[in-house]
Design a protein around this ligand. Structure first.
Ligand code: MG
Length: 305
């Protein structure tokens, strides 16, 4: 099929003729003989293109077009206006209302079909471009190895959440995580296994955080979790849960359970009086340092040790 087309025209004879013509040219054709009926069909089905008559009783083609273009769903639907008169004003009005092209009745079949195919192709390319952009946007904020958010996105979100917490007086927590003795894992198993452990750990942590928490790879073997609307109690609960989940997990590439553990440094705002988002990172880092110096595989809070 070349594309699925809806034709809205009040002239039933014309509809029969053009349905036949387009079907022969391998279009999948649907018709409506009023604007109201056409809008209903648009709502209930998917079309690649709309052929729209201008002059119709009750609802004119321009009115139909206005309705379509004000609806988010149909913003990209290609529309060709069919006008019986070649008056310049009609054409201009149609284009200014968002028609992609127009054709004057009586028309040359080849020209109509060429215009239709061109617009349908353009729509397909736009769809593909949209999909590619979504992929690119995701790649730009994601760490390749672990699938966690990257360092840049982490700071963007931390800044936003910090501003929000400060403005509305809500709480905000941050957890910094470091793998204990990661160098030993790399030395013992090699860097490829080290990478696999990082990826597995990221997956495990992500499975254990709450929906609205922001999980990022801060750098090397360090991860960070932003916990919006979460106070000390909530953050402590989550940090402990993560610590236990890692301790009790048998990682695929290492010999035994408990060989991979993490230390966690946490801070909660406004308990800790931060002036800027970077302060939270500094405070959580300092708590992480304390956790490391207290035997590792544990959770420490900034100022609330
Ligand atoms: Mg008409």
């Amino acid at each position: 099929m070349t594309g699925r087309v809806l034709i809205i025209d009040d002239d039933d004879e014309f509809l029969m003729m053009i349905r036949l013509l387009l079907s022969i040219n391998s279009f999948d054709v649907d018709t409506a003989n009023s604007g109201e009926e056409g809008l209903k069909k648009l709502d209930n089905s998917n079309y690649d293109l709309l052929l729209l008559d201008v002059m119709m009783p009750q609802m004119s083609g321009f009115e139909v077009l206005k309705k379509i273009r004000s609806d988010e769903k149909f913003i990209d639907l290609p529309v060709i206006m069919l006008t019986a008169k070649s008056e310049k004003e009609d054409v201009l009005e149609g284009i200014s209302l968002g028609a992609n092209d127009y054709i004057t009745k009586p028309f040359e079949t080849e020209i109509l079909i060429a215009k239709m195919k061109g617009l349908i192709k353009l729509k397909q390319l736009q769809e593909e471009l949209k999909q590619k952009n979504i992929i690119l946007e995701t790649l730009a904020i994601t760490d390749g190895l672990t699938g966690a958010y990257n360092h840049r996105y982490f700071y963007k979100r931390l800044t936003e959440e910090f501003e929000r917490a400060r403005r509305y007086g809500t709480s905000l927590s941050l957890i910094m995580i470091d793998i204990d003795f990661f160098k030993k894992i790399n030395d013992k198993y090699g860097h490829l296994i080290g990478d696999a452990v990082l990826a597995d750990l990221a997956k495990l942590l992500r499975q254990n955080i709450r929906k609205h928490d922001v999980f990022a790879r801060y750098g090397g073997e360090e991860f960070a979790i932003i916990l919006p609307h979460t106070n000390y109690e909530g953050a402590k609960h989550e940090a402990e849960r993560l610590r236990k989940a890692v301790e009790n997990n048998k990682f695929a590439h290492v010999e035994k359970e408990g060989e991979v553990t993490i230390s966690l440094g946490c801070v909660s705002y406004p308990d800790a009086s931060a002036e800027k988002p970077e302060d939270l990172v500094r405070f959580a880092d300092s708590a992480l340092y304390t956790a490391k110096n207290s035997g590792r595989n544990n959770v420490k809070f900034y100022k609330i040790q």
